[in-house]
Design a protein. Structure first.
Length: 246
């Protein structure tokens, strides 16, 4: 029996390792948006499926018995396609999603990147940490502002002249984030509720420095899909769902 892990996250890599250790047949799928992704153990396919129909056909053609959607909390399109395709192919689906961040009530929470850009426009030194795929939503409202934007990979398009691009890959330290904010005169941090420890340090540094924090809320998970927050829970679900009886 074979499990498809929709991956690209640390949780997906950990799940692949756990399934490998337990002798469960699986394949990990990465969207291919990152040029040099961190690969999990085991078989990996890279690239899209061609929408809902393409994914449903893949599930049928490859004898997939269960799917674990362990994509990023903001990969709403992939998650929606997985829910629809699994329903069409009658394949059980689990959503593995790390818990979101919680604050002390001081953060500004917004629905979507456009709202984040509007809220950030009152800042004088803005640290934009929402990923390169959403930068176009900020260029108009913040094109004339002093913005420091951090990305994992080089940008394909030019950014406004007043913007500074920092290329770095996490995990980050509180000390490093504090230095970045001080060196660039940051008074406003814009991020999204990714959760996890890999990028949490920026929030701690912002709190220490009194930097305003604007957080984009997560999109809603597909209705009716079982949801777990830990790799151990996902492994247990897989073993109950598809592992052969001992």
């Amino acid at each position: 029996m074979t499990v498809l892990v929709l991956g690209g996250t640390g949780e997906a890599r950990a799940l692949a390792g756990a399934l490998h250790d337990r002798g469960v047949d699986f394949v990990s799928s990465l969207a291919g948006r990152v040029r040099n992704p961190r690969l999990p153990v085991g078989p990996v396919r890279i690239g899209g499926f061609g929408g809902v129909d393409g994914l449903a056909n893949y599930l049928r053609d490859n004898g997939i018995d269960a799917v674990v959607d362990a994509t990023h909390p903001f990969a709403a399109g992939i998650s929606a396609n997985a829910a629809a395709a699994c329903a069409h192919a009658n394949v059980p689906l689990l959503r593995l999603q790390r818990p979101g961040w919680a604050d002390d009530g001081s953060w500004v929470w917004v629905d979507g990147h456009d709202a984040a850009a509007t809220a950030a426009a009152t800042g004088e030194g803005i640290f934009l940490s929402t990923g390169r795929q959403t930068l176009d939503r900020f260029v108009g409202p913040l094109g004339g502002h002093r913005v420091t934007v951090r990305v994992v990979e080089p940008l394909d398009d030019e950014v406004p002249a007043s913007w500074t691009v920092v290329q770095a890959r996490g995990p980050y330290t509180v000390e490093g984030e504090r230095k970045l904010m001080r060196d660039n005169g940051i008074d406003t941090l814009v991020t999204k509720d990714s959760g996890g420890e890999l990028t949490r340090a920026k929030l701690a540094a912002a709190g220490e420095l009194g930097v305003r924090v604007i957080v984009v809320r997560r999109p809603a998970a597909p209705a009716g899909v079982a949801l777990v927050a830990s790799v151990d829970e996902a492994v247990a679900w897989v073993l109950r769902s598809v592992a052969p009886p001992i």
